[in-house]
Design a protein around this ligand. Sequence first.
Ligand SMILES: [Cu+2]
Length: 107
Amino acid sequence: MRHLIIAVTGLCLTASVCAWAAAKVEIDQVGQKFDKTNLSLKAGDQIRFLNRDDTSHNINIIDAVDIAHDRGLQKPGETIDVLFDKAGRFTVRCAIHPRMKMSVVVE
Ligand SMILES: [Cu+2]
């Protein structure tokens, strides 16, 4: 029993050591496009949206029931972190540029 406890605490000694389990993926917005059109994540992962364009963007995360979660205006150079804490299929769009679209599947 004592060995088991040591093994478990050894895996998760600190929060930063445990953080390996969740990923943070960077998605850039450049040329009025997302630099990936499809992405697979695990629940708990995050996307960090960069904006390398010289124009503002406005990310909306649209869930399976078509509810859009508006992340607000994102000026050039700003970053927005979005946590995907539930499984599902999502569409990411920019409210300013209708052609900007990417799909995210969270398992
Ligand atoms: Cu945009």
